[in-house]
Design a protein. Structure first.
Length: 251
């Protein structure tokens, strides 16, 4: 399974997963033309995209969804998040349904996509575990104010694409209005470096897992700080970067 972080951060998020003859996108958060350019630069033909799975309907995750209409790509989102999405052709809209409170997985021929609940100030946000028939899972966790045990259970795999949004002290000392600070730091906001580090310390078992830290705030975080915070938490578990796991900070 090939993974490409096409873009990450408050200006737009999109992740590509590639399989033998098709690919899927998690979120399409930059304008269509930009997404096309980012894909073509990596040798990805947009006509091979089989599905776009949306985490939630904030602009930095859906800003380029007209891509779906152009290439006739089905778009998967929760019933709640469809309330915040417009402009996708009716025939391409797919709703993620729950049964007994658990999201039904979607099988796309060679890969199963498992949505799971996240905690963010959107309608019905989700993260995704992407599980190819022939290999371990990858997970994508973008905007969420916390990581709970149900999420940890769904996230376990070999590739982690997770937000490390902010440093709590930098948010507290920032020029943001108090209401914005409270929102970012709340259980329905974004993950701090410390929260991301704590979640990864639960998940990583030293089998060479790949971690991508994503969705860093440009004003309230520093790549080196996010990296150091996660590495310190994993070092306390006896794991070293490059030996037990691999870490890349996406800026
Ligand atoms: Zn959001
Ligand atoms: Zn976001």
């Amino acid at each position: 399974m090939r993974v490409e972080i096409l873009c990450s951060g408050s200006r737009g998020n999109s992740i590509y997963f590639g399989f033998s003859d098709f690919g899927i996108l998690i979120d399409a958060g930059k304008p269509k033309k930009m997404l096309e350019k980012l894909m073509l630069e990596k040798g990805i033909n947009p006509t091979t995209i089989k599905a776009i799975c949306i985490t939630h309907s904030h602009g930095d995750h859906i800003g380029g969804l007209s891509l779906a209409n152009k290439y006739s790509i089905p778009v998967y989102a929760t019933v709640g998040e469809w309330k915040g999405i417009s402009g996708v052709n009716d025939r391409l809209q797919r709703s993620l349904e729950t049964r007994y409170g658990i999201y039904e997985p979607t099988y796309l021929g060679g890969v199963t996509v498992h949505p799971f609940q996240t905690h963010h100030d959107a309608y019905e946000p989700v993260g995704y575990a992407v599980e190819p028939d022939d290999g371990p899972r990858a997970c994508v966790v973008f905007d969420t104010g916390k990581v709970d045990d149900d999420m940890l259970a769904m996230m376990e795999g070999s590739i982690y694409i997770i937000e490390a949004n902010h440093d709590r002290d930098m948010v507290a000392e920032s020029s943001y209005p108090d209401s914005v600070k409270a929102r970012v730091l709340s259980d329905l906001g974004h993950l701090s470096n410390e929260q991301t580090a704590a979640a990864l310390a639960e998940l990583i078992s030293g089998r060479g897992e790949q971690i991508y830290l994503t969705h860093l705030s440009s004003s309230n975080n520093l790549p080196a700080l996010a990296e150091a915070t996660v590495k310190a938490a994993l070092a306390r578990r006896g794991f070293r970067a490059g030996k037990h796991y691999h870490l890349e900070v996406i800026v």
